[in-house]
Every structure is written in C-alpha cells, then in structure tokens.
Design a protein around this ligand. Structure first.
Ligand code: SF4
Length: 190
C-alpha cells in the first residue's frame, strides 16, 4: 500500500466512513468445508440466516453492488460468498465497473472454476484463493476445489494464496516449508 492510500484511508475513518467493505454476493457454494461458519445462525448477526435469504442475480446483483459502492465509496471492496465465482457472469460485468470508480477489488474464492481470463490485466484487482494446507489435507476438506482443479482454474492468471494455519499442520515438521515450496515458484502466484 502506498502512503497516499494510507492517508486517504485515514481521511475516511476520521469522517466516520468505512474505508473497506466486504459484500457476500451469493450464499451458494459448491464446497462443504468442515468448520464453515457462513451458514451458522449467528453469522449475519442473529436476526436472519444466510439460508433464509434469496440471492440477487444478473442485473439486479450488479446494480445492487454498484449502488452500495456509489453510496459508501470504499477504497477497498472484498467480494465474498458462499463462493463469489458462482456468480462469475455478474462478476465479469461488475468488477471492471467497480475498478473504474477507483475502488480496489478483492475476490475471495476456492477457485472451483476457471477465473475470467481478462482479470490478470486489471490493475487493483486481487484474486485470493483459499487453500487449506498440502494436497492430501486440502483435497479432503475442500473438494471439489481440489489442488488439481485449482491449478487448472488459475492457469494464466495472477492470484494470491491464503492459507489457514491449523494446529494439525504444526505437528508435522517442515509442513509450511513444503506448502511454500509448492506454491511460491508458480508463475500464477503473487
Ligand atoms: S468455501 Fe467458504 S463458504 Fe464455501 S463451504 Fe468452504 S468455508 Fe463455507
């Protein structure tokens, strides 16, 4: 982050405006991760649950997200789910429109499907792929977004890898080093 962006963020905070915003654009997800909290009763504050809501789709979703961005004007917007790539058609439309408004965009996904090819050339877009450890542990937890599927999905793209470090991983010496040795040299990885 550049100094000018830090100053901008502080300016918004001092005015009482949020510099950063996260929107769950869909409740749908093809994964069934153990420990997923998205569908827990308390996830949305307790009054409604994710399963009781209906997704917006198509133009209604794109317009809804743009309305929020225009109203709140965040410097940074995370698009999450469920898995936001379930709505990949809408994402392909909305992401360039949000970037054109000067907002940095992050898309957090399991990479269960191929990323839009044009995304790698978009400045200020960060695609984050969640990976839960090395292949045996990850594939068991996060099928159908297995290592094999992720490698196909990110081919030719640029992504950031996020990994939740668990106590289980720390029991095996060298686990994290192996993880980094697998992912760090790949051309797709930021
Ligand atoms: S990818 Fe995320 S939303 Fe989907 S099941 Fe896993 S933790 Fe839950």
């Amino acid at each position: 982050m550049q100094a000018s962006e830090v100053i901008k963020a502080w300016g918004k905070i001092l005015k009482g405006e949020p510099p950063s915003l996260s929107i769950e654009i869909t409740k749908e997800c093809p994964l069934r991760c153990p420990g997923c909290y998205a569908y827990e009763p308390a996830h949305l504050g307790g009054e409604v649950t994710l399963r009781s809501l209906t997704d917006r789709k198509g133009d209604a979703l794109v317009e809804g997200v743009l309305e929020i961005v225009d109203r709140i004007k965040p410097l940074h917007l995370s698009l999450v789910g469920g898995d936001p790539l379930v709505r990949y058609r809408e994402l392909e439309v909305m992401v360039p429109m949000i970037l054109a408004r000067g907002t940095h965009v992050q898309v957090v996904t399991s990479a269960f499907r191929q990323l839009p090819q044009g995304w790698k050339d978009l400045p200020h877009l960060n695609v984050v792929v969640s990976i839960d450890g090395l292949q045996p542990e990850h594939d068991e937890r996060r099928a159908p977004a297995t290592y094999e599927r992720i490698l196909k999905s990110i081919a030719g793209s640029r992504v950031t890898i996020h990994c939740t470090i668990t106590g289980q991983m720390m029991k095996r010496p060298g686990y994290l080093r192996e993880f980094l040795e697998f992912w760090t040299p790949r051309a797709e990885i930021n």
